[in-house]
Every structure is written in structure tokens, then in C-alpha cells.
Ligand binder design. Structure first.
Ligand SMILES: *Cc1c(COP(=O)(O)O)cnc(C)c1O
Length: 383
């Protein structure tokens, strides 16, 4: 493990007088923020426009069809200058009235629970161990025990790499009657099937810096009429994330306040690329990268390194894999060894910090780039 003097893009001091060439694309595998291609970064340098003028209306109108193809919806897609957490809070403030059932199976679903609690709601959690997914039958049973009006769930748990069966969970939530399903699909949308309309996801949200491979700072979400109906009944929706205000504005191809224009330029460029690739092809590319990663873990076991994918087969996310380490190898050692090789991977999240690492095989990475990463990882682990 000899350190090479490699500059990683996100830790280097920025000194315009001493520019170093940017490292090549394809070495930054954090599960968010993900690596952004130079063309997309460059799209952000276009000049500002007035956000109440016709240029803005044209920009927004031009974004909607691509966004709707991505979310598989006929509804308009809301955009906000916010990280994804902002839209988690928006979901609660607009759609949850009294009692929330929070499905918790990792750090981000626990955050969703906390957001509901901190907004003064009565919250029950249905918890399963980190790494596991929620069983629709168990959720249906739990929904019968009290009068819930909203269920929160994380589609792809970025802390564990588990993928919840959202379509089935939406079905049991709706069977319960009077319940809306609020879905954090931050590492789902653009990386794995999300059928906003066909699955009747009452509100589904994502952020720009995950599978969309854009810089951070933009929240995106789709509210079904059921969510708007809820919002109409809620009196304290707040101001910044008021869905009724978003709806009124998006109908005119506007935003409630000044949008992050530079990010919208990047989004426009990225949506064109996504359309060229095709949304389903993008999902398949992610699935192929995930499967290759799981297969590599099996191969490492055959070579005597007892790695383990945390999430169970059938419940694994196509965008992020959390890999448990055998005793004697600490998570931070692995991420450090990779960083010496010029690669960035994710550490174990929170309580898994010492025992795991994570690979964010999402965004614009290719199978070939993943293959190089795994080659280096193998060297680091077998040294
Ligand atoms: C990254 C992430 C978030 C938080 O996103 P921010 O943009 O940092 O607010 C929420 N949920 C999941 C599943 C995530 O992966």
C-alpha cells in the first residue's frame, strides 16, 4: 500500500493559481454525492435569466417532459432549491395530519421518523434490523393497530443497500384506507424502477446528487392528487414547501421563489443524456453494476476473504451495496487503501463505520469503471 500522490477531487484545496488537472471521471464511488461528468458541470456556467420571464418559463416547460419520463408520471414534477431532506420535511408538513407509521430499516428511514416527530406528529415506528427490508404483510398488520394517516418509507436505504418493495407497500398502505404513502426514493429514482403513477405513490421524492449524477442542491418530487387533497386539509403547511403553492406555480411553468438556475441548466443537460440512454436502459445499467458487485463479493469469498453483502438477495438496491468485512479488517482501512489508489468509496454508515464499506454504483458510472474499481479493491484486500 504505497501512497501515490494522487489528488482526489473532493479533498484538494482549490487554488486557482495552481490548477492541477482534474482526475479522470470514474473513480469517485461515494453513494452520494456522486460523480458529475465535466459536460454537466460545464452546463452550469450559462448566464442568469430573470426567473419571472419567458426564458424561465421555456426552461421549466422544457424540463417537464424528461422529468415525467424519469418519474413515470403524468403529474408535474416539483423542483426546489433544497437538499432532499427538505422534501422529506415537505412530505410530512403537507401530507401527515395526526398519526404516522414510520417504516425504519436504516439511518435515512430513521431520519424520516425524526422529521415526523419534530413536526409534532404522533409517530409509531415499525423497525426491522439494519440491512433488512419491510414485509408488506407485517406492515398491513401494523396498520390495523391504530388510525394512521401517513406511512413513511425509504425505497433504497443508502445506509445499508436494502431495497424496499415499494409497489407492494403502496398497495397495503392504500388497502388500509385513508393512508398516504410518503416515499424517499433518493437513491432510487434514475437508478431503479420507480413507477410514480402505476404504483400510486402519493408523494415520492429524490435529490439531485445521487442516481441523477448532478451537483447537490436540488430536490425533486411528485405529488399525486391524493397528496394535494391532504395538503388542502392541513392548516400549518408552512411557506417554503407548501405543495399548493408549488402546484399553482408549476402549472404556469414557474417556481414559488428563485430557483437554483445553474442546477436547472445542469438538469437540462443531464435529462437530454438520460433520454439518449433511455430510462429503462439506465435502470438496467445500474442493475448490471449491482449484480457484478455481488458476484465479486462471492468471488472474494472463494479467495478466502469473507466479505458479505449486508442486504438479503431479493432485497438489494441496484444503486448502492453495503459490504460487511470479516473480523480483523476495519472499514476505515479499506476506504483509506482505496484513496491511496486514487479511488473514493463510501465508509460504513453510522454504527456500521468500522465493520463495513459501501460502493455507490450509481449515476453515470459504467460497468467498465466499476470493474477497475473492483480490481483495485481486490488488490487492497488481498495485500
Ligand atoms: C442522501 C439521502 C438523503 C438525504 O439527502 P440530502 O440531499 O443530503 O438531504 C435522504 N434519504 C436517502 C435515502 C439518501 O440516500
Amino acid at each position: 500500500m504505497t501512497p501515490t500522490a494522487h489528488r482526489t477531487p473532493h479533498t484538494a484545496p482549490i487554488n486557482p493559481l495552481d490548477p492541477e488537472p482534474d482526475p479522470p471521471f470514474g473513480r469517485f464511488f461515494l453513494p452520494g454525492p456522486t460523480e458529475v461528468r465535466p459536460e454537466i458541470l460545464a452546463a452550469q456556467t450559462r448566464p442568469m435569466i430573470g426567473h419571472r420571464g419567458t426564458a424561465m418559463v421555456e426552461l421549466m416547460a422544457g424540463l417537464q417532459p424528461g422529468l415525467q419520463r424519469l418519474f413515470r408520471t403524468r403529474r408535474p414534477v416539483y423542483l426546489a432549491a433544497s437538499s432532499a431532506t427538505g422534501f422529506m420535511e415537505a412530505a410530512i408538513r403537507n401530507c401527515a395530519v395526526d398519526r404516522v407509521l414510520a417504516l425504519v430499516n436504516g439511518a435515512f428511514s430513521d431520519r424520516f421518523r425524526n422529521i415526523a416527530e419534530s413536526n409534532g406528529l404522533a409517530v409509531d415506528a415499525l423497525e426491522v434490523p439494519w440491512g433488512e427490508i419491510h414485509d408488506p404483510g407485517m406492515v398491513a398488520d401494523k396498520l390495523r393497530t391504530a388510525d394512521y394517516d401517513a406511512v413513511t418509507v425509504v425505497h433504497s436505504e443508502t445506509s445499508t443497500g436494502a431495497l424496499n418493495p415499494i409497489e407492494q407497500l403502496a398497495a397495503v398502505a392504500h388497502d388500509a384506507g385513508g393512508v398516504v404513502l410518503l416515499v424517499d426514493s433518493v437513491t432510487g429514482v434514475a437508478g431503479t424502477p420507480v413507477e410514480s403513477d402505476a404504483w400510486s405513490l402519493d408523494f415520492v421524492l429524490t435529490g439531485s446528487q445521487k442516481a441523477l449524477a448532478l451537483p447537490p442542491g436540488l430536490a425533486l418530487g411528485v405529488a399525486q392528487p391524493s397528496a394535494l387533497e391532504r395538503a388542502r386539509r392541513k392548516t400549518s403547511r408552512g411557506t417554503y414547501f407548501d405543495f399548493l403553492d408549488f402546484e399553482k406555480n408549476v402549472e404556469k411553468n414557474q417556481t414559488p421563489n428563485t430557483p437554483p438556475l445553474s442546477l436547472l441548466y445542469a438538469l437540462q443537460a443531464q435529462l437530454e443524456c438520460i433520454d439518449r440512454e433511455g430510462v429503462t436502459q439506465r435502470w438496467q445499467r445500474h442493475q448490471a453494476m449491482a449484480q457484478r458487485t455481488w458476484q465479486w463479493v462471492d468471488a472474494m469469498n472463494q479467495r478466502g476473504v469473507a466479505l458479505e453483502v449486508l442486504a438479503p438477495p431479493g432485497g438489494r438496491s441496484p444503486t448502492v451495496t453495503c459490504i460487511m468485512l470479516p473480523h480483523g479488517i476495519a472499514g476505515p482501512e479499506v476506504t483509506a487503501a482505496m484513496s491511496e489508489r486514487g479511488y473514493t468509496i463510501g465508509g460504513g454508515y453510522g454504527r456500521l463505520k468500522d465493520r463495513a464499506f459501501r460502493i455507490g454504483h450509481m449515476g453515470d458510472h459504467t460497468l467498465e469503471q466499476l470493474e477497475s474499481l473492483l480490481g483495485h479493491l481486490e488488490e487492497a484486500l488481498l495485500k
